[in-house]
Design a protein around this ligand. Structure first.
Ligand code: CMP
Length: 142
């Protein structure tokens, strides 16, 4: 299987519930190694830019408000098949539909406050990683 990198975000609800350590530990146990980590309080413009593809969705304003409500942890995770693996570990977007033991089943309170984000394709992973990190911030340094 190919080694990949994916962007992960621990969203404001995860940070508020003091889940940073638990979530990162789970990624490490699952073979998803953090190679860049940063805590950031997104501005409205940064959150809107990140979720630009959802701009026309009815939940867009609420999503931006949620994502700017407090700090988030953005990470690059590296591992075999990391994009799909991370999505398996996170579970479905809606925690009601997520498999037992997934991060969203364990920790998320709803479809919006769903604790973690993960890139959904290699193209988006590359875009999203670039949105938050320069090459020299990702190890081994680019
Ligand atoms: P994420 O994987 O970060 O991608 C887009 C986000 O929008 C998603 O997680 C949720 O936080 C949010 N989202 C998706 N669908 C809905 C919905 N129907 N209602 C509210 N928020 C949603």
């Amino acid at each position: 299987m190919a080694t990949q990198r994916t962007l992960s975000i621990i969203k404001p609800d995860g940070v508020e519930k003091n889940l940073i350590g638990k979530i990162i530990a789970r990624f490490e146990e699952e073979g998803l190694t953090p190679v860049a980590v940063r805590m950031v309080h997104l501005s409205q413009q940064e959150a809107e830019g990140f979720y630009a593809v959802h701009r026309e969705r009815p939940f867009f304003d609420s999503l931006v408000e949620f994502m700017t409500r407090g700090p988030v942890v953005v990470m690059v995770l590296e591992g075999d098949d990391a994009i799909a693996r991370n999505r398996e570990v996170m579970g479905a977007t809606n925690p009601d539909e997520a498999d037992e033991g997934t991060l969203r089943k364990l920790y998320a309170s709803g479809i919006e406050e769903n604790t973690v984000h993960g890139s959904d394709s290699p193209e988006n992973a590359a875009k999203e990683i670039k949105y938050f990190f320069s090459d020299v911030q990702v190890f081994p340094r680019g």
